[in-house]
Design a protein around this ligand. Structure first.
Ligand code: MN
Length: 503
């Protein structure tokens, strides 16, 4: 299993004026559960609806309204926990987090502070072929999202859109195991990939369906090891939390900036203050938002409107059995079953749809050859036109057909590219196209030999030179290919040319 290959990189080191410093990063990711209805109301979660059209009395917090839990949201969260190899807590409970949100009319968020539904798990974060870091998950809890305040539509008024109010979020909390900005981005990418495989969150960061609060601190080299031994957080330095990041690039920039800011404070004899900060991508800096609240500031208490949540082990087992093959397993299988490199297997399993396409095309064929065609030709072409694999004009069957014609030596690699282009733009059965358009490779050695003889006869000087210097034989190969419109079998041409030129 790929897990055995975990081989963590050195942590990122930043040199200050006096010392070298290491980074420590922990993440709290809010992932919107893929469900049709909200966590405690039947309102639609559809993105892009008319403002305030998906708001029930429960979401608007009308007096006397009571929340009713959405079983499917629970199932999705359990599925996520299982996908992250985490412990599922059969008994969990909801708490009120009291806070003034202009876009959450209840005046509190229903969350799970004391008894989250999912406990400890882990993610293997791939950094480069053969290099990965295991990041521990501390917990996952369910909670309500808030709505959206809009301040830039009118100079005198603010607007509020409650469509998002009450949508189910999974808050996925990592341990401080991430050791640099690139790792932080890779962690988000891997988490997003797993969630998309599971179908529990669409991972659309642009729409805010996946966003991260990033905790950053700096410590002297060796301190993280001490923390791992003692589980004493004081070894990790004081952290700051950068709120609500929904871009991988900004996450990396913010971590880098924040680490340097903290290093400067410490090296100048100051102390880092624990606080919540915001990243300003225009200025490329983080700035203070508020001093860090502690749990007691929110006056958490068990929500009296909701009974504790008790689920059955048997139900959890059933969800476990329904899990799809996940990225790590699929990648390892592609490597062993098709003999692919870790890199190629990683590209093909990045999205479940890519993997399905590849497997259909590779069935009963040379997996490496099919992988090359999918990655280099098909993905390249789709990317150029901004297409997704799901709307690829070339079906797996057609691509497999092209590969068959190459494998059986019926067409050359050069012609195969032309054929691919025809299939991509016009469609059709590859074998039929080759037949009807006379694209078959010329393997008839007598025919090739005649052409070689003619070209040698027409270029006696060139032939003399090539006899003295075999490297020049390539020129004749090129001429033969040109004369046959690329259809001559290159292997046969090479053989005949070198025999005729004689070396
Ligand atoms: Mn939260």
């Amino acid at each position: 299993m790929l897990d055995l290959a975990v081989n963590p990189p050195e942590p990122k080191v930043i040199s200050g004026a006096r010392n070298d410093w290491e980074l420590v990063v922990g993440m709290e990711v809010h992932a919107q559960v893929a469900s049709n209805a909200k966590l405690f109301s039947p309102s639609s979660t559809h993105f892009g609806a008319e403002p305030n059209s998906n708001v029930s009395f429960v979401d608007a917090a009308m007096p006397g309204m009571l929340p009713v839990i959405n079983e499917y949201c629970v199932e999705q969260t359990v599925r996520t926990g299982l996908g992250l190899k985490a412990k599922i807590n059969l008994w969990s409970a909801f708490d009120r987090k009291n806070y003034f949100y202009p876009d959450l009319p209840q005046g509190y968020q229903i969350s799970q502070l004391y008894h989250p539904i999912v406990g400890e798990g882990e993610i293997t974060v791939d950094l480069a072929p053969g290099i990965a870091r295991k990041v521990r998950i501390e917990r996952i809890h369910m909670e309500q999202d808030a709505g959206k305040s809009i301040h830039d539509m009118d100079p005198h008024m603010s607007f509020v859109d409650l469509n998002r109010t009450g949508v189910c979020l999974m808050e996925i909390v990592s341990r401080p195991d991430i050791r640099g900005p690139e790792e932080a981005a890779a962690y988000i990418a891997k988490l997003r990939q797993i969630l998309r495989y599971l179908g529990t969150c669409d991972g659309n960061m642009q729409n805010g369906n996946l966003r991260a609060d990033v905790n950053v601190s700096v410590c002297l080299p060796g301190s993280h090891e001490k923390y791992m031994e003692t589980r004493n957080f004081s070894h990790l330095g004081t952290r700051c939390e950068i709120k609500n990041m929904n871009s991988m690039r900004f996450i990396q920039q913010a971590i880098e900036y924040e680490a340097r800011r903290q290093i400067a404070i410490i090296e100048n004899g100051g102390e880092v203050e624990q606080e919540t900060r915001l990243y300003d991508p225009d200025k490329g800096e983080t700035r203070s938002m508020r001093s860090k609240e502690e749990a007691h500031d929110y006056r958490y208490f068990p929500d009296p409107d909701l009974l504790p949540l008790q689920i059955e082990q048997e139900w959890v087992d059933r969800i476990f059995k329904s899990l799809p093959e996940l990225p790590d397993e699929k990648k390892a299988r592609f490597m062993s079953e098709f003999g692919l490199s870790e890199y190629d297997a990683g590209v093909l399993t990045a999205e479940a749809e890519n993997a399905t396409y590849f497997e259909e095309a590779a069935k009963g064929r040379d997996g490496k050859l099919v992988a090359n065609w999918v990655i280099n030709e098909l993905f390249g072409r789709l990317k150029k036109e901004g297409h997704d694999i799901v709307d690829s004009p070339v079906t797996p069957r057609q691509l497999g057909g092209i590969v068959d014609l190459i494998s059986s030596d019926e067409i050359s690699g050069k012609i195969a590219k032309e054929l691919f282009e025809i299939v991509y733009t016009e469609g059709g059965n590859p074998a039929f196209i080759v037949e009807s358009r006379g694209m078959k490779q010329v393997t008839d050695t007598t025919a090739i030999e005649a052409i070689v003889d003619r070209i040698i006869a027409e270029n006696p000087d060139q032939a003399e030179k090539a006899k003295a210097n075999p490297k020049l034989a390539g020129w004749f190969v090129g001429q033969v290919m040109k004369a046959t419109g690329g259809k001559a079998n290159p292997k046969a041409v090479n053989g005949i040319v070198s025999r005729k030129i004689g070396n």
